[in-house]
Design a protein around this ligand. Structure first.
Ligand SMILES: *Cc1c(COP(=O)(O)O)cnc(C)c1O
Length: 434
């Protein structure tokens, strides 16, 4: 077949529309689509030559920005050795080194690393670990999971069952998804005075149903895709205490919060807790490759392997992909060398300063900032078909969903670019309000 030129962005979009699906999209009423030529630092260049400031880090992942020389080199060097070998019966330096780094930097007690393909898969693995653990212990009846309303844990089948029942669209799959327990999203916000009443719904559910529940799964401190809500760290501390008290495991899904985004290296650190099982993804390989990890304690790992069948029953084909592991390893080194904490702090201050002006504007319900996450919550869902092109016109790449226009730039974004990103975003919102 003749190779078609893709120099023209409009033509590329047209070809795409003939054959591809996009995330959460309709093939009948497609939304605006922009063709990318290259990406560099904190900017993405479109086919027509325009450069856009990146406010998304490609869905929480590209924390060091694009086309980073150190990460490029790690990838190239590994590619010259070998791109992939199966992980059954074989091992290699990139995976082993990454495992050592993860055990060292994650909350205390997490000593065993299971590498897998994507965030959703790491959630499946975590749920399977919890189920196998109780089975191995001879504890009967713990067949369900407990989750928070407004939670988001991925799009695969089991992960979907623990997503918010409304925004996770359980009604589309009624009768097909496993029925889980849900408690109210923590009502006590980050930064407010601690309100002990906010933990009562969790306490009650555990009191009634702990004997049926294998694990509580939650996103520490920041509920991401389910509403970009920041909740009080004391809620997380209490949740840890209640899980212990009731014999329920705690799974921390840090796929979005991991690696510094909230101002701590891991969201769990805000509450000084360790989960029994931890999920990492997105930022793990710095937006270069798809890679995720599920970590667990020695108690879980040895527990699972101490009873029939004596194995953990999961093994993805591309487990511990060496290219992805090599980039992830280099990314963790880079994070530590480049002083992520000062950068995230600086971005937090910048976001607070620049976004405060829009809080009183018509149509804006709330503005909140935590770490390198800035959220403008509108009163009504935004019209993406109008707002997305308006944002691009302003020279920024920001992808709102529902009522939420949010910014999470790469940590390396400098102050003048950050100001431009915020101003461009606010200008596009204001135009839409007219
Ligand atoms: C994105 C996300 C997932 C799913 O990860 P994928 O790599 O998209 O499968 C799960 N949990 C949280 C908290 C996420 O933000």
């Amino acid at each position: 077949m003749q190779q078609k030129s893709s120099e023209n962005g409009a033509e590329l979009v047209e070809r795409d529309r003939q054959v591809l699906w996009h995330p959460y999209s309709s093939v009948l009423q497609p939304s605006p689509l922009f063709a990318v030529k290259r990406a560099e630092g904190v900017r993405i260049q479109l086919q027509d030559g325009r450069w856009l400031l990146d406010g998304m880090s490609s869905w929480w992942s590209a924390m060091h920005g694009y086309n980073h020389p150190v990460l490029n080199r790690a990838l190239q060097q590994q590619a010259e050795q070998f791109a992939h070998v199966m992980f059954g019966g074989l091992t290699h330096e990139p995976a082993t080194r990454l495992g050592e780094q993860l055990v060292q930097i994650t909350p205390a007690g997490l000593s065993r690393v299971f590498l897998c393909d994507s965030g959703s898969v790491s959630v499946e693995v975590a749920m399977k670990m919890a189920a196998q653990y109780w089975q191995a212990k001879g504890v009967q009846g713990k067949h369900r999971f407990l989750s928070l309303k407004r939670g988001y844990h991925g799009d695969t089948w089991a992960a979907m069952s623990v997503c918010d029942p409304d925004t996770g669209m359980h009604h589309l799959f009624r009768g097909m998804l496993a029925q889980q327990f849900f408690v109210e999203s923590p009502s006590c916000r980050f930064g407010d005075d601690w309100n002990p009443a906010s933990i009562e719904p969790l306490q009650q559910t555990l009191q009634q149903h702990a004997h049926e529940i294998a694990a509580l799964i939650l996103e520490p401190v920041v509920q991401g895709t389910g509403g970009m809500r920041f909740y009080h760290p004391q809620w997380l501390a209490e949740a840890r205490r209640l899980c212990d008290q009731h014999g329920v495991l705690l799974i921390a899904d840090e796929i979005a919060t991991g690696f510094g985004r909230t101002g701590k290296l891991f969201g769990c650190e805000w509450a000084g807790i360790s989960p029994d099982i931890l999920c990492l993804g997105k930022t793990l390989a710095a937006g270069y490759m798809t890679l995720a990890a599920t970590l667990c304690t020695d108690e879980i790992a040895t527990g699972i392997c101490s009873a029939e069948p004596g194995l953990f029953m999961h093994g993805p084909t591309f487990m511990a992909n060496p290219l992805a592991c090599a980039v992830a390893s280099a990314s963790i080194d880079l994070l530590q060398e480049t002083g992520w904490q000062a950068n995230v702090q600086r971005i937090q201050v910048g976001l607070e300063g620049h976004l405060s002006g829009i809080a009183d504007q018509p149509g804006v319900a709330d503005v909140r900032v935590l770490g390198a996450i800035g959220v403008i919550e509108m009163q009504q869902p935004v019209d993406m078909n109008r707002l997305q092109p308006a944002l691009v016109e302003q020279g920024v790449w920001v992808r709102p969903f529902g009522k939420l226009v949010y910014l999470m730039p790469p940590y390396i974004m400098q102050n003048d670019d950050l100001q431009q990103l915020c101003q461009g975003t606010m200008a596009a919102i204001s135009q839409q309000a007219l």
